[in-house]
Design a protein around this ligand. Structure first.
Ligand code: TXA
Ligand code: MG
Length: 326
């Protein structure tokens, strides 16, 4: 693997990474010691472990309370590193070229079975891989030199964290190090596309939209709900404690309300985007679900969100938060 294996120290000249040199070095040390580290990415915060270290990966599954049949995403510093661990076909390479670093995860045949251990892959012969677009995550990946698995830094089934404070509240007790990268710009997990034999499939919608992928590689087939091809779809996800009521015109008595567009302000009302901007709504979604939940409302009512573009990913997360999976 490439990378100088020395302390990161912001040696790549990125001013953000230099400012966080101490946190970065501590995270790299923790990961090398087989411990867990909370890392920022552009999508959501991740709880990272050395992908090749079975003990570290076992601790990661335990920390999240994650079922072991649900495989993890390997994070790497660049497309070259991704190609060494996964068999990226021409469609995958076209997507990688267009969207990496960025919020896109590609599922392909695994190539290097040791670099990402069998437990991390949930025993599958396929591998999910992505190059995150966050300078601090990239600084860690470059200096670490090998792939890191990093599921969202929440307890399994809960909303993903988009700030370090939210990540620490979920899994802080299990992490030996943490890096504060501020609020995540995207706010939803990466788009997951499977490129095995046969048609490309959209396993999880995200900020890289269906239309932008289809423009490059043609029509996407729907995910098949079989455990080998889309294991993560089998579980309930992103759920706050309060029940979630979708497509609400207004809150009922006792409900918190996630509004979108024109809405009267008031106690328990969180406006995802007063200007009806889907990127802004995505960035606010999980933080507002948490804030609404903290009021212990009878339910969290959520306004209808348009289905186009990033709206597909927002509505996917909302349906799962409401327990309406599939
Ligand atoms: O944006 C993200 O992807 C974040 C940040 C931290 O990078 N990570 C993330 O990881 O969302 P996680 O573990 O919460 O979600 C990984 C998803 C799951 O739905 C899992 O089932 C799917 O990727 N996945 C992983 N490996 C797979 C494989 N071999 N085949 C199909 N799906 C896979
Ligand atoms: Mg997750």
């Amino acid at each position: 693997m490439e990378g100088d294996h020395g302390p990161a120290g912001g040696g790549d000249g990125d001013p953000g990474a230099r400012r966080h040199a101490g946190e970065i070095d501590a995270a790299i040390q923790a990961l090398r010691d087989g411990r867990l580290a909370i890392l920022p990415t552009e999508t959501v915060y991740g709880l990272a472990a050395d992908a090749g270290n079975g003990g570290a990966v076992a601790a990661l599954f335990a920390a999240k309370g994650r079922p072991r049949f649900n495989p993890l995403i390997a994070h790497v510093a660049d497309a070259g590193a991704a190609r060494r661990i996964a068999d990226l076909d021409p469609r995958a390479l076209r997507l990688a070229e267009a969207f990496w670093p960025g919020p896109l995860t590609l599922v392909a045949q695994v190539r290097d079975e040791a670099a990402v251990c069998a437990l991390a892959r949930a025993g599958l012969d396929t591998l999910a891989v992505r190059v995150p677009a966050h300078p601090l995550a990239l600084a860690v990946l470059r200096a670490f030199g090998g792939p890191l698995v990093a599921p969202s830094a929440n307890r399994s089934g809960r909303p993903s964290p988009t700030t370090l404070a939210d990540a620490a509240a979920e899994v802080g007790e299990f992490a030996a190090a943490a890096i504060d990268g501020g609020a995540c710009a995207v706010g939803l997990e990466s788009t997951v596309v499977s490129l095995l034999d046969g048609p490309a499939r959209l396993l999880r919608p995200g900020a890289v939209t269906r239309a932008s992928i289809e423009a490059l590689i043609g029509p996407l087939a729907e995910a098949q709900d079989d455990a080998r091809r889309s294991p993560g779809r089998m579980t309930r996800h992103y759920a706050p404690d309060a029940p979630v009521r979708l497509d609400a015109a207004a809150p009922l008595a006792g409900e918190a309300f996630l509004a979108f567009g024109d809405a009267p302000a008031g106690p328990g009302v969180f406006n995802l985007s007063p200007g009806r901007d889907l990127s802004e709504a995505a960035a606010n979604l999980f933080a507002f679900l948490r804030a609404a939940d903290a009021l212990a409302p009878a339910a969290i009512a959520v306004a209808a969100i348009p289905a186009h573009g990033l709206g597909e990913a927002i509505n996917d997360r909302l349906r799962r938060a409401a327990g309406k999976v599939g």
